[in-house]
Design a protein around this ligand. Structure first.
Ligand code: CAA
Length: 286
């Protein structure tokens, strides 16, 4: 099935990036938020990203304009009635995601693919929000931040996801220039199951005073050739998001390497969520 019209629900860090890469690949994108100013802000953020590319001589101004012209911001969920693919990238919370999917189930065409950009919540649990006829086309489509830069898409098959849906998403990912890995529907899927123990261990080493945040990050950057150290990566992802994923993993596996460190709980409790609030394990000029 050819996917040409994409409805992206959620215009935040992940949603705006997901909208951008689809529009850049020639798709017609509707970017939805219940509050129109947030949908428009997401589209403006894409404009800013594209403008930086123009400034570096990597994108023609005419291409920037053409990409932006393919993105419509909306606060009207009924616009999903036109979609070949619906991608949901709203807050990582079961209740928020399931209530949105139940609404989308009522408006989207029967043939649409339903892709959730969850980073850890069970696909079967989310697919339970839509009618049974829809579940074969319900799939996890996990992008990585920054979406325009990171070349991976993790596809997660629920127990009802069919081969046609996986094939359609593989074809689309190739058009977006992304490589696909496939995970079973297990807590944290593949990438976050690998990543979270690393972030947690770095936090525990910091908490115990084994080294400074700067040295822990330099150790991974210089000694392991990681682009970012684990504490700066946690700040970049968002400490609330990291905590949510660790909780899902710990609840799912009940193993100590997934237990959220006390310092993470404390920082989130104090409202220090990393880059987006200006403070996490590091501080960020605002
Ligand atoms: N949005 C769009 N583009 C961005 C960007 C952003 N937020 N940040 C950087 N870029 C682009 C830059 O424009 C630049 O593009 P060009 O090569 O075309 O010029 C390119 O990325 C490199 O940027 P910089 O040179 O400014 O900086 P850098 O070399 O330090 O790279 C980085 C920045 C790409 C973010 C790099 O540090 C990196 O790869 N970090 C690790 C990111 C990572 O691990 N992401 C996965 C997080 S886990 C996740 O997302 C899933 C989950 O469920 C939690």
């Amino acid at each position: 099935m050819a996917i040409e019209r994409v409805f992206v629900a959620g215009a935040g860090l992940m949603g705006h990036g997901i909208a951008q890469v689809h529009a850049a690949a020639g798709k017609h994108v509707t970017l939805y938020e219940p509050d129109l100013s947030r949908a428009t802000a997401g589209r403006d953020r894409i404009g800013g990203n594209l403008e930086r590319q123009v400034g570096k001589g990597r994108l023609e101004a005419s291409e920037r304009d053409a990409i932006l012209a393919r993105i419509a911001a909306t606060d009207d969920l009924a616009a999903a009635a036109e979609a070949d693919l619906v991608v949901e990238a709203v807050f990582e919370d079961v209740a928020v995601k399931t209530s949105l999917w139940a609404e989308l189930d009522r408006v989207a065409p029967p043939a649409a693919v339903f892709g959730t950009n969850t980073s850890s919540i069970s696909i079967d649990r989310l697919a339970g929000a839509v009618g049974e006829a829809r579940r074969p086309a319900f799939v996890g489509v996990h992008f990585f931040s920054p979406v325009p830069v990171m070349p991976l898409v993790e596809l997660i098959r629920g127990s009802a996801t069919d081969d046609a849906t996986e094939a359609a998403m593989r074809e689309l990912a190739a058009e977006l220039g992304k490589q696909v890995i496939v995970s079973a529907d297990r807590p944290g899927f593949l990438v976050n199951r690998i990543l979270m123990p690393l972030l947690g261990e770095a936090m525990r080493a910091y908490e115990e005073g084994t080294g400074t945040a700067e040295d822990i990050d330099a150790g991974a950057r210089i000694g392991l050739n990681h682009p970012m150290g684990p504490l700066e990566l946690a700040d970049f992802i968002g400490l609330d998001v990291v905590l949510g994923i660790m909780r899902v993993l710990h609840d799912g596996f009940d193993q100590p390497q997934f237990a959220p460190p006390a310092i993470l709980e404390r920082l989130v409790g104090e409202g220090h969520l990393g880059q987006k609030t200006g403070r996490g394990f590091h501080t960020y000029p605002r």
